[in-house]
Write a protein that binds this ligand. Structure first.
Ligand code: ZN
Length: 154
């Protein structure tokens, strides 16, 4: 994975067990591709760029990774976060009460979840909620902040 890859918290073995459990819970077969993708995503703190995910899941053909990702997203087992210029990031679904707050670099398209865990006080200001409610959006799922990342700024 690239130097941008989020750090790992769990061992590969426990991540695979988690993936197997999650597939069984939803009555899906634990294929090699499904297990590999879920186990790769499980320990990550941040959504991963699809190219980095593909380079991590080396024993699965690229076309199978894409097809399996579409399937897992359809089933709600994986979340896809779209950045600019068609860049897609993937992560396990997050349980969040507050909207997901994402930072997107306008030059390279890198996407980072600013606040991965809810209740840490980084929710968007109430005035954004009021403005969005006026615009007819009552359930805010994600707020993106655009800027230039550290790598692109230097
Ligand atoms: Zn950048």
């Amino acid at each position: 994975m690239s130097t941008r890859s989020p750090r790992s918290r769990a061992t590969a073995r426990s991540a695979t067990e988690l993936a197997r459990h999650e597939l069984a819970r939803h009555h899906h077969r634990p294929t090699q591709a499904r297990l590999a993708i879920l186990a790769t995503l499980a320990p990550l703190d941040q959504p991963v760029f699809v190219n980095d995910l593909i380079s991590e899941v080396t024993d699965v053909p690229t076309s199978t990774v894409y097809a399996t990702l579409r399937q897992l997203v359809d089933w709600g087992l994986v979340s896809r976060l779209d950045s600019i210029r068609g860049r897609s990031y993937y992560c396990l679904p997050r349980r969040h009460d507050a909207p997901m707050l994402c930072a997107v670099c306008t030059r390279c398209g890198h996407l980072t979840v600013v606040d991965p865990s809810p209740g840490t006080g980084h929710e968007p200001p109430a005035r954004y909620h009021r403005a969005l409610t006026r615009a007819g959006i009552t359930a805010i799922e994600r707020v993106d902040i655009y800027g230039v990342c550290r790598d692109c700024a230097t």
